[in-house]
Unconditional design. Sequence first.
Length: 201
Amino acid sequence: MVRKTKEEAGVTRCHIIEAARRVFLECGVGRTSLEKIAAAAGVTRGAVYWHFKNKTELFFAMREEAVLPFLDRVVFDSADDDPLGGIERAIHEIIRILIDQPRTRETFDILTFKCEYVDEFSPMVACTEGQLDFLDRLTDAYGRARERGQLRLPADPQALAYDTFLFIGGLIRHWLAATADQPFRVDAEAFIRTHIALRRA
């Protein structure tokens, strides 16, 4: 019986997070109340407070639910004989995730366009631990590319990693904002290939 209750609580928590995503996307984070989320989830406000102490905690849970699997799926193989190609494949994978994972895409839309990072949300404007780990792995991949003579000289792996990190952030932002027929979506893969080609020796 206790096990069933824990399972039901887990289902309710996921249901609340999903409802929050829908309401955040429709109304924006600032105009969303826990009452609206409770109504969308079909639960009481007390049920929402049982799982989350406030809207900030719920927002954070929604973000982590999408971002952590996203970062886990974008990998750099340390045994890859073509680390520069591995970086290119990883960036392509980011775009594929945005295409085939609606929840992740919607969450990034909320993070990018539907939230004002002020007051209790101001700390969230900084990079997450997952993003910083991604940056470290990207730097390592560029280091291996330099060791294999793949990069144009002079080549600073950290500087290249930061540049690619910023490229990815800008690409995601403009990809999300673009319509299906605009260049930031139609030509996204070509932009990625060019970004990497400019680094290749």
